[in-house]
Design a protein around this ligand. Structure first.
Ligand code: TYD
Ligand code: MG
Length: 454
């Protein structure tokens, strides 16, 4: 019988029967590699007469208390986890190499251990002495964490089985290898099989397992997306190089809200929690400048203020530049189109740059109006009042739609000293948190009122 060859995408894990230069599933280039399949796959024959064993069925209704959670005392981490670490859960922490995953998890390991959670930290990338050195630098050298520098997963599982810790941290999943899988560490099949073994171990023994996964750009190493579906919780550690802010974002959580963020600052002595992110994101704001607009957003359960900055300049190119950092470029194109089609304000022949200050990433459509305001303010070279926040969704017709949690957004702005807000009409503003509200029904009205054009 001919050997079945299979090809997998190292970015998203999709399988293909033949090689191609671009992954059809995720659109990544040069990410498809040949892999030996894990097993021959399910047999084509029907199950036949041979019966399986009956599995016990349980009632959905229960009077049991919700699963206990262990807290680390790192409030930003505990909140992103949904209120602490759930026993037997599997958590993936992904992020670019060098962003601070090992630092975060070593700090978390030490904190959990100091709170009585028996913790094992397995490093496949550093020797124990190096991990100790880092712990010393972080002032955590005395924490009762058990260390191992190992990549052989069979040995690691045997050790964990004997040790029965409450928490095991595996740094990183791409360095682990199983002798049952016939391909190199970091390949899609190794990463998948290792993650599978570790998550099953977590479910079977009650140990919570945290897997570290490097986000890979291309090449032979599988990225963390390959294991996202296997784990209970997926956290991404984000940040811009050159900025000290780091954001831990829950993109999937079976035990808490997704989209929750924790904010940290990378300092010389490790990661420090940022309990008031709005103040931090606005700390670099100077005098009111054209193109700068403060947006009151909601990240998970918290309102967070941040600043959009736009620059609009005549373009020397036949195809003007559209450059976006921290926001969706498709959404920017839509807002430019609405401004042009509904308000008659063209951006043709103009380069447009849009940034979210501080390396923050915004995904909410509620930022539409703030983006439009920043673009207009930059284009008209007219600064908005410094004490004003803006939010609201823009529809293709140019209508402004009210957004969720309007009152919370206003309250956060009021707490940070803002005195007015521009919002869509019809939102549940409550008492408006004492801010002077300017409510508008459509973008044309907004342009007319704020910039005296339309
Ligand atoms: P690291 O946790 O090793 O990143 P990852 O595990 O995601 O690859 O973090 C590495 C970076 O963090 C490195 O560039 C130095 C910086 N860093 C500090 O700024 N302060 C510190 O106290 C530590 C430990 C690291
Ligand atoms: Mg690391």
């Amino acid at each position: 019988m001919a050997k079945t060859l299979s090809f997998s995408c190292t970015a998203c894990g999709s399988s293909f029967s033949k090689w191609s230069g671009r992954c059809d599933a995720c659109g990544e280039w040069n990410s498809i590699v040949e892999e030996k399949p894990l097993s021959a796959g399910p047999s084509k024959k029907s199950l036949g007469a041979k019966r399986g064993t009956k599995v016990p069925l349980h009632d959905l209704a229960t009077h049991e208390a919700p699963p206990p959670r262990n807290t680390s005392g790192l409030g930003e981490l505990d909140r992103v986890l949904g209120g602490g670490l759930v026993n037997a859960s599997a958590i993936l922490v992904g992020g670019d190499p060098g962003i601070g995953k090992s630092t975060l998890l070593l700090q978390a390991a030490a904190k959990f251990a100091q709170h009585g959670v028996r913790t094992v930290y397995v490093s496949g990338e550093e020797a124990s002495a190096q991990v100790r050195m880092r712990a010393q630098r972080l002032g955590l050298a005395d924490a009762p964490v058990k260390l191992a520098a190992e990549t052989n997963l069979r040995d690691i599982l045997t050790t964990l089985e004997a040790e029965k810790p409450d928490l095991a941290i595996i740094d990183s999943i791409q360095t682990m290898w199983l002798d049952t899988v016939d391909s190199a560490p970091g390949s899609v099949s190794q990463v998948r099989a290792s993650a599978h073994e570790l998550t099953t171990f977590a479910k079977r023994t009650g140990t919570a397992v945290i897997l570290v996964g490097h986000v890979t750009k291309e090449g032979q190493i599988a990225g963390p997306r390959v294991v996202e579906h296997m784990v209970d919780t997926v956290l991404y550690f984000e940040g811009e190089r050159g900025h000290q802010f780091r954001i831990l974002r829950a993109v999937k959580n079976r035990f808490g809200p997704a989209d929750e963020i924790g904010v940290f600052e990378m300092t010389g002595a490790g990661l420090a929690e940022v309990t008031n992110p709005s103040a931090l994101f606005l700390s670099e704001r100077g005098e009111p400048a054209p193109g700068s607009v403060v947006f009151s957003g909601i990240e998970g359960t918290r309102p967070v203020l941040c600043e959009f900055q736009a620059l609009v300049a005549p373009s020397p190119h036949s195809q003007p530049r559209r450059s976006v950092l921290g926001w969706d470029s498709g959404r920017l194109a839509m807002i430019l189109a609405v401004l042009e089609a509904r308000c008659g304000i063209p951006f043709a022949g103009l380069d447009v740059y849009l940034n979210v200050a501080g390396g923050m990433k915004i995904t909410e459509p509620a930022a539409d109006l703030a983006v439009a305001a920043a673009l207009l303010s930059a284009r008209e070279d007219a600064a908005l009042p410094a004490d004003c926040v803006v939010f609201g969704e823009i529809s293709l017709s140019g209508a402004l739609r009210p957004v969720s949690q309007t009152e919370n957004r206003l309250k956060e702005a009021q707490k940070l000293g803002f005195t007015s807000a521009m919002v869509p009409s019809g939102g549940k503003t409550g008492r408006g948190a004492g801010l002077a509200l300017r409510q508008m029904g459509d973008l044309t009205g907004f342009v007319g009122e704020v910039f005296g054009a339309g």
